[in-house]
Design a binder for this molecule. Sequence first.
Ligand code: PBG
Length: 328
Amino acid sequence: MSSELEFTRLRHLRETADIRRNNAETSLSVSELAYPIFVTLGSGIQRPIDAMPGQFQMSVDVAVKQVEAAHKTGIDKVLLFGLPQHKDSVGSSAKDAGEAVQAATRQLKRELPDVTVITDVCLCEYTDHGHCGIVTPDGEVDNDATLPLLAAAAVSHAEAGADIVAPSAMMDGQVAAIRADLNESGFEKTRLMGYSAKYASSFYGPFREAAGSAPQFGDRRSYQMSSTQSDEAMLEIEADIAEGADYIMVKPALAYLDIIRRASERFPEPPLAAYNVSGEYSAIKAAAANGWLDERGAAMEALIAIKRAGADLIITYFAPDAAHWLDQ
Ligand code: PBG
């Protein structure tokens, strides 16, 4: 017997499409995707977001139609961001029952009760300075003074019918503060998704145009994590779990696949979300628009990578397209 015949033949399992499918170690399903959208008050509004081709700022009526269309392709989770009517130094409109997120939540739960509504809980869209918390006279973001405001916003989302509230401000203790106020207000059942390990990232650039939430001075490095950190991400996640988070998150996704992997191994429960953020979306969109890469191929490869790293849920602007691609 010649020695070549003893070679391992890994190519055998790549030979045909059906073998490749059957042998696939990682799979992606539409039930693992959540679709982030930007809502505003008014009617008939559908303003394209330049930096995020294919994404829009939408009034509630348009948003509900958009989610209804996505739901027909199997999307059953949305994440809401709001563009408020007015901003001030303490983000008071964040807790306003008449604001866009609350109005969209009420209408979505009325018209599409099977769609899980997740709301982003933060102040940056609602403050005139664009920071995620209250700013002291000497320009610092005041952690503890911010907590009751985040909790009040979360309670207003729960009152509107939100299934899951998702605090993204990166204030210490935000999960515990929100959980306590939800329970006190009779919303023991409202679930909580912590943006547990959220990094200060240049990949949020397009989002800040979409949500009008760029900080007017300084940056978010005193509250969001540095990209140098990995152990610290584990501490952030551990803290969120201890404070009562039902879901944990790593954000962004693609530059932090190692963090997703580490978190999924260290914390098999609760479910781990990964946020495929605006810059990750727009980079693929821009390259595809130039003919430099294939959009569908690149997007699906990125989503599979996030899943393979260990995410249970992927928040992605590609959600409706991915649902369509997965169906083909
Ligand atoms: C706000 C928030 C941000 C994102 C989600 N929630 C922006 C930020 O922290 O600056 C980014 C989402 C994206 O880039 O797609 N707290």
